[in-house]
Design a protein around this ligand. Structure first.
Ligand code: CUA
Length: 334
């Protein structure tokens, strides 16, 4: 009972749980993540060995020199004023260990940062916002949010390079099975790359405390084969126009939504919030918090503060037919 309650809790918090993807740094599915996993294991092995030696010596000392019946309680133990050999040993050995760890880590950092990209490389810009991810595809003219579609290849022939920046505070991009963390810092560009080896959805999150809803700044990388990726990109490039939701579109354009959101082909050209041109093609709302269903969308538009307290989307308090029209219009943006 308790465990199913816990499971339900996690499923609400992390919808990706249903996607058969473990966000586990020890199960890497991309080159940078694999290199980092190896150096993590090496570090864990070395530090475990140190722990065993130190803890073993402590236990030995406690047992060997414990108080025994018949000990003279007023007698001081033998006073030892240093040993050059021991002090040299416990100074030099840790220094050597630290240098080995530095060397191994530096080699991995260098090899990841200086890896030559394969011929087929996608370049993206990822911009951190409180509390969502903006994703731009400059070569395709696409802007989306929170869901990053990339091509994958089993033999590492497809890589995606990310240029990371922030619109407000420091964030950190982390998809554990694809790569380590890289910060998104205001007024600075950071870079990283990923090359998923399997198709599927990789769940990640912001890994740098960035305010109230930091924990709900989730992201997902959808790795598809080249042709599926191209089909997705072509779909995203279109501006959608559907006549049977024109009431919803009119409602949308009459509201303050247009000051913060873009919908291609409409009056909405605001840049503060996520681009909604293809909102219905995304699997979640509110940066991965809730699944993208009509009921959730309605709840979200009606009162974002209820769903994600502190988020920067105001409650419009619409209600009635206008709300339903908005939901069906946004739901049509596939
Ligand atoms: Cu963005 Cu934490």
């Amino acid at each position: 009972m308790a465990s199913s309650g816990l499971l339900a809790f996690f499923q609400v918090q992390v919808p990706g749980a249903a996607e058969h993807r473990v966000t586990d740094i020890f199960k890497p599915l991309a080159t940078p993540a694999a290199a980092e996993r190896d150096v993590a294991w090496f570090t864990i092995a070395v530090t475990t060995l140190i722990f065993i030696v130190v803890a073993g010596l402590i236990v030995y000392t406690i047992v060997r020199f414990r108080r025994r019946p018949g000990d003279d309680l007023h007698q001081e133990p033998p006073q030892v004023y240093g040993s050059n050999q021991i002090e040299l040993a416990w100074t030099v050995i840790p220094i050597l260990i630290v240098f080995v760890l530095i060397g191994v880590t530096a080699r991995v950092v260098w090899s990841v940062e200086n890896a030559s990209p394969p011929p087929s490389t996608l370049h993206l810009k990822v911009i951190g916002h409180q509390w969502w991810w903006e994703v731009q595809y400059p070569d395709y003219g696409i802007t989306t949010a929170n869901e990053i579609h990339v091509p994958f290849s089993a033999d590492g022939k497809e890589a995606t390079y990310l240029e990371l920046s922030s619109a407000d505070v420091a964030h950190s991009f982390w998809v554990p099975q694809l790569s380590g963390k890289t910060d998104l810092i205001p007024n600075r560009l950071n870079y990283m790359w990923i090359d998923p080896r399997q198709g599927g959805v990789y769940v990640g999150n912001c890994a740098e405390y960035c305010g109230t809803q930091h924990a709900n700044m989730l992201l997902r990388v959808v790795a598809e084969d080249r042709s599926a990726f191209q089909a997705w990109a072509q779909g995203q490039q279109k501006a959608l126009a559907s006549s049977d939701v024109s009431a919803g579109r009119a409602a949308f354009e009459s509201l303050s939504c247009i000051n913060c959101h873009v919908i291609k082909g409409t009056k909405a050209i605001g840049k503060f919030g996520p681009d909604l041109s293809h909102l219905a093609s995304r699997s979640t709302l509110a940066a991965g918090m809730i699944t993208n269903t009509p009921e959730n969308l309605k709840k979200w538009i009606n009162d974002p503060q209820e769903v994600k307290p502190g988020c920067l989307m105001p409650s419009l308090k619409l209600g009635g037919p206008e709300l339903d029209q908005l939901v069906s219009y946004l739901g049509s943006l596939k």
